[in-house]
Design a protein around this ligand. Structure first.
Ligand SMILES: *Cc1c(COP(=O)(O)O)cnc(C)c1O
Length: 388
């Protein structure tokens, strides 16, 4: 059996929570959705929460709510899942990237500042920036918010890796330094609803718009009607929305999982600290986390020291041959053929590319045992002795 890099934790309570919805009147659009949304909002410390069927959908409704469209540009990090960039393309907007720094692997604030200065001169400032908290380690939100106010762009936090994290003293999801924060509840993430996501905000207008786009652009709110209500059956479609709704089955699972989030993150810290010690003597670059933050530790990414793409591939394949589900997060978004067709090429974002050539994600999840972890370390030590 392969040891995966990430895996859900499902308890008897989770099973009970889901089956009780199955026996109830509403499988979707029932009471579990607002219950889950309220629990998320209160955990994160945001005023509003809109649950949707994936983080990809959450990013899309976030961009729609911010009125991204043709002629606009969204910037993000090249080191992310493609969804962080695709959300702009769905709206007919363009995408560009800001390189990362090689300490945190998050957006480099100095590069962002430089790119903003240059773009101001050419009249090509972005309308929004998707800030990715890669591995669960918060990006430099205070600096980024400062630049967002100075240059007038919106900030969307892609916190798919970072539920349960804190930036300095601030819980990720509070939106203290952003307009909207997005979570993912895919099974490899920290808490799961199978598929699912959420968008949080403190801005009621944005929350209302995201709710509208989640469900066809239809409203039953008479203060949003453009015509006259003709009876209590009446509703209006006032925008072109989608069906991005989460089900009550999923919301019940999410609620049950959310009650264990602090335990989940604590176990990730325990395992990550243990990796730090056990791997210290190997010729690897171990992950760095700012002690002022509390990372959610979604991923444990090592880099093969002075490695080349070939050495990384050898170490990776050795881990796989031992039954370890190593992974790579991520192939830089601008490398993908869909983005190359827009003109991006190798060499555009050199630090992201250097990272990519040497990075390997090793297993880290709630249910990982010390024995499994020792096995991963042993396998890595053998690969390092052979190839490094
Ligand atoms: C997983 C992930 C997403 C997409 O989440 P889904 O819920 O699968 O749509 C977006 N961004 C990042 C950084 C992710 O890791």
């Amino acid at each position: 059996m392969m040891i995966p890099y990430g895996r859900q934790d499902i308890t008897e309570d989770d099973v009970q929570a889901v089956t009780s919805v199955l026996r109830s009147d509403f499988l979707t659009q029932g009471r579990k959705i607002p219950e889950f949304e309220n629990a998320l909002a209160s955990y994160a410390g945001a005023k509003h929460c809109v649950a949707v069927n994936s983080a990809t959908s959450a990013l899309h409704v976030a961009c729609l709510a911010l009125e991204l469209g043709p002629g606009d540009t969204l910037w993000t990090s090249p080191l992310t899942f493609v969804a962080s960039a695709n959300c702009a393309l769905y709206c007919g907007a363009k995408v560009d990237f800001v390189d990362v720094d090689l300490e945190s692997y998050n957006i480099c604030v100095a590069s962002l500042r430089e790119k903003l200065e240059a773009s101001e001169k050419t009249g090509s400032l972005p309308k929004a920036l998707v800030v990715v908290h890669l591995r669960g380690e918060p990006a430099d939100l205070r600096e980024i918010r400062g630049l967002s106010r100075q240059y007038g762009f919106a900030v969307i936090e892609d916190a798919a890796h970072a539920i349960g994290a804190r930036y300095q003293q601030e819980t990720i999801g509070s939106c203290k330094y952003s307009d909207i924060t997005v979570f993912s509840f895919h099974p490899v993430k920290i808490v799961t609803t199978a598929e699912g996501g959420a968008a949080l905000t403190n801005d009621k207008r944005l929350a209302d718009r995201m709710r509208l786009f989640r469900s066809h652009g239809i409203t039953r709110n008479d203060d949003q009607f453009q015509g006259q209500a003709e009876g209590s059956w009446y509703y209006e479609q006032i925008e072109l929305g989608l069906n991005y709704r989460l089900t009550d089955l999923q919301a019940a699972l999410g609620l049950s999982q959310l009650s264990r989030i602090d335990r989940y993150v604590a176990r990730r810290h325990e395992l990550s600290d243990r990796y730090d010690e056990l791997l210290e003597s190997l010729p690897l670059v171990l992950p760095k986390n700012d002690p002022e933050n509390h990372s959610a530790l979604h991923l444990y990414v090592i880099r093969v020291g002075n490695g080349s793409a070939e050495t990384r591939a050898r170490v990776f394949e050795a881990l796989r041959a031992d039954g370890i589900g190593a992974n790579v997060h991520y192939i830089p978004v601008h490398y993908h053929p869909h983005y190359r067709r827009m003109g991006f090429k190798k060499g555009d974002f050199p630090r992201s590319e250097t990272y990519y050539e040497t990075a390997i994600t090793i297993p880290l999840f709630f249910g990982l045992t010390f024995e499994q972890q020792d096995f991963v370390v042993g396998s890595l030590a053998r690969a390092a002795a052979t190839f490094l």
